[in-house]
Every structure is written in structure tokens, then in C-alpha cells.
Ligand binder design. Structure first.
Ligand SMILES: Cc1ncc(COP(=O)(O)O)c(C=O)c1O
Length: 416
């Protein structure tokens, strides 16, 4: 057997992608699967952007490594307004998904990585691949699964590495909650000389429609990653962006150099189409998307809370954490979050992920569900011209959400 690097040998296929592949396999065998595992946007890419992609299919040349200038111009303009700062195209790099850009940034920095626990599945393996020291910062349901300034300060007291990279994500995957204490966190980050990577991939799906970013309070030390995968339904297009403040130009220049030696540039037609994503007004599409997601989130939150599962009401995106410890007694068959998820998948075809995939203790019975198993186009068509969404919206547009949650509820009641 060829020798493999020690820090890489245990890296598995990303948990969310693995649950998707397993769900496909079970479906092929004829089992009905309720897809609450992978967080893929159910909404269509807006037609105007699709048409732009078709129009640009002939764009065949390599593009500037940083990305098409006109696209970077639009991205800078968009974030200058949304993040209430001043960015220019020189601050922006376009990459094949924000995941890759987060990885490249970690790669360039000689730093320890600070991660809230729980955090999105890929931050930790990325840091592991790069042989970085990871410092977890505990959170819990009482702080809505977000780190407090006190906890951040405390963790810094035990870090001796000069460079520290903190990755924040709001609205959050896996908890669905939004940060509320950004100004106070920014002060602690400044005090401890921390570079913040603010992962804003769900920003447009904050149900309030008023996303807040730490970059506003700490512009000189915040790198922002975002893209079209979530609000624009274009995960498979593989395009994302990252913005470095001018104070961190040296990191940006090196990310660009590494990009030039690895992926070269994002596919040209996709970049041309993405200009429309940033330059056109998508307000109505977004208002509808948020309304649909919030209605589903409230339905699930209410149903699961009624049967004793502890969960926080999501404030954005399409995820929530569910704590089964009040309703499931541990046994030989269900001893931790992973075995709970496997048993439920096997019994009723309900796919979700254990909290341990996000850094939560293995023994806990906390899981993450993604409420995306519905037809986004059908849901958007239904709510055109409707003021509010009634019960029949869910029955008509999201039958698998209702069926899946009802099955889960019955399973809990019979296994309790
Ligand atoms: C929190 C978070 N960040 C980043 C990403 C990566 O998005 P992409 O690489 O498609 O831009 C995801 C995707 O699931 C995510 O949930």
C-alpha cells in the first residue's frame, strides 16, 4: 500500500455528501427516503440568470484568475451595500464555490483555527488536511448555538500562536440561528488580533431580510465568503466569492497565486451568468424564498417541540438542530447520535445527520435536519400573490416535509 499522510488518512467523504449518496442507494432499492440530510437549495435558479448562461455558452477563454472584472465589480458593489463597507473589485476573488475559497484561505495563513462548536461539517476537515491546530469554542442552546464574547476571549488566553483565524457563519449551518452579538465579538476579535472569516453563504436567506455582518464592526480584520449556492439555488454551478479588506491584501494575493496554480479560474459561462445574479433585482424572489422557508421551519419547530424534542426556532437558511434526549432512552441499538440517525433512516427512511458531524459530542442525541425536501418552483408558484401561507400551502407544496415529519413523530411516539 502506498504511504498516506497521517493527517489525511482519516478524512472521509464529507458527511452531507455521504448521506446524499446513501439516500440515493436506498431509494434505488425501492425505499422511500425523506431527505433531511444534505442542505441543497430547493429553489430554481432565477430564469433571467439561466438565460444569461445559455447566451454565454460560447464563452470559452480562460478568465482572469481573480474572476471576470465586471463580476467582481458587481460583487464588490453588492457587499459594499449589504455589509455597509467600501469594497472594490481588487478586494474580490471568484472561485469554484466558497468551500474552495475558505480552504485556500486556510492554506495560505500560518494560523490556528478557532471554530464554534457546532460548526459546518467542512471547516474542521479542511483545517485537518492542512495540519492546523483547531480550538473549539463551546456554545449551547441558551446562546442560540453562537459563541459569546466571553468564551472567545477565554479560548484566546490559551492560544500561543500569533495568527488566529475564527470562522463564523450566520445564519448558521447547522443551527439555523443568526448572530446577535457581533459588535461585542468584533471588540474581542480586535483585542486578540484575530482574523475573522465570516461565512455569509446564507445571508440572503435570513428570514428578517436584514442580515448583519461582523465585517461592519471589524472591516479591517474580516474576510467575507459568499456565493450563489444557497439563495440562488446554484450549488451545482460551483461559483463563490471571497472578499479581503485592503489590510489583508497579502493574504488575497497569495490566495490568488495558489488559485492560479490549482483551479485556474471558474468556468467562463458561469461567471458571465453570475453578473446577472448580482446586478438584477431579485427582491421578490428572495422575499418568497424566505417566507416559504420560515413557514416550513415554524411547522417543524412546532411539531417537534410538541412531542418533546428540544429545538431552537430557525431564523434563516434551512437547518435546525434537534435534541432527542428527552424522548429517546439510550439502548444497545441507540447509543449515540450516529446510531440514532442510522436507526431512524433504516426504520422510516428519514435521513438526517448526527451532531457529531458538526463537532458536537458523539454521545449526544442531537441531530441536524435540513428542511429542503420540496419542489421550490412549485412552492414559489403557489405563493405568487398570496399574503400569507396557510396549512394547505404545506400540504400542496411540501408533501414530503409533512409526511417525513409525521413519520418521525409517529416513530418517536412508538419508540418512546
Ligand atoms: C455553512 C456553509 N458554508 C459554505 C458552504 C459551501 O458552499 P459553496 O461551496 O457551494 O459556495 C456550505 C454548503 O453547504 C455551507 O453550508
Amino acid at each position: 500500500m502506498p504511504k498516506i499522510k497521517k493527517n489525511i488518512v482519516d478524512i472521509k467523504t464529507s458527511a452531507t455528501l455521504a448521506i446524499n449518496e446513501l439516500s440515493h442507494k436506498l431509494e434505488k432499492k425501492g425505499k422511500e427516503i425523506f431527505r433531511f440530510g444534505l442542505g441543497q437549495s430547493p429553489f430554481p435558479v432565477p430564469q433571467i440568470i439561466v438565460e444569461e448562461l445559455i447566451k454565454n455558452a460560447q464563452q470559452k477563454n480562460y478568465i482572469n484568475v481573480s474572476g471576470l472584472f465586471e463580476l467582481r465589480e458587481q460583487v464588490a458593489k453588492y457587499h459594499s451595500i449589504k455589509n455597509r463597507n467600501n469594497y472594490s473589485p481588487e478586494n474580490v476573488i471568484i472561485g469554484p464555490g466558497s468551500k474552495e475559497l475558505i480552504f485556500q484561505t486556510q492554506l495560505v495563513l500560518d494560523c490556528d483555527v478557532l471554530l464554534p462548536c457546532p460548526s459546518w461539517v467542512s471547516y474542521e476537515p479542511q483545517a485537518q488536511i492542512l495540519n492546523k491546530k483547531i480550538h473549539w469554542i463551546e456554545t449551547d442552546a441558551t446562546s442560540n448555538w453562537h459563541i459569546t464574547p466571553e468564551a472567545l476571549d477565554k479560548v484566546c488566553n490559551n492560544i500561543f500562536k500569533a495568527e488566529k483565524l475564527l470562522i463564523l457563519n450566520s445564519p448558521n449551518n447547522p443551527s439555523g440561528t443568526s448572530h446577535y452579538n457581533l459588535e461585542a465579538l468584533a471588540l474581542i476579535a480586535k483585542k486578540n488580533n484575530i482574523i475573522v472569516l465570516s461565512d455569509e453563504i446564507y445571508a440572503e436567506l435570513d428570514f428578517s431580510g436584514q442580515y448583519k455582518s461582523i465585517s461592519h464592526y471589524y472591516p479591517e480584520g474580516t474576510i467575507i465568503s459568499s456565493g450563489l449556492s444557497k439563495w440562488c439555488g446554484a450549488g451545482g454551478w460551483r461559483i463563490g466569492s471571497i472578499i479581503f479588506p485592503k489590510e489583508l491584501k497579502n493574504i488575497k494575493d497569495l490566495v490568488r497565486s495558489v488559485a492560479s496554480e490549482t483551479y485556474t479560474a471558474v468556468s467562463a459561462p458561469i461567471q458571465y451568468a453570475a453578473i446577472k445574479a448580482y446586478s438584477e433585482d431579485h427582491t421578490q424572489f428572495l422575499i418568497k424564498s424566505r417566507k416559504i422557508l420560515e413557514t416550513i421551519a415554524n411547522y417543524i419547530h412546532q411539531t417537534l417541540t410538541e412531542i418533546g424534542i428540544k429545538c431552537q426556532k430557525p431564523q434563516g437558511g434551512f437547518y435546525m438542530l434537534c435534541d432527542f434526549s428527552n424522548v429517546i432512552k439510550k439502548s444497545n441499538k441507540i447509543s449515540d447520535g450516529q446510531s440514532l440517525c442510522s436507526k431512524i433512516l433504516e426504520d422510516i427512511g428519514f435521513a438526517m445527520l448526527p451532531g457529531s458531524d458538526f463537532g458536537i459530542q458523539k454521545e449526544s442525541l442531537i441531530t441536524r435536519i435540513a428542511f429542503v425536501d420540496f419542489d421550490g418552483s412549485k412552492a414559489i408558484n403557489y405563493i405568487n400573490n398570496k399574503e400569507f401561507l396557510s396549512e394547505d400551502f404545506l400540504e400542496y407544496s411540501c408533501p414530503k416535509i409533512i409526511k417525513g415529519i409525521t413519520k418521525l413523530k409517529k416513530w418517536i411516539e412508538t419508540n418512546n
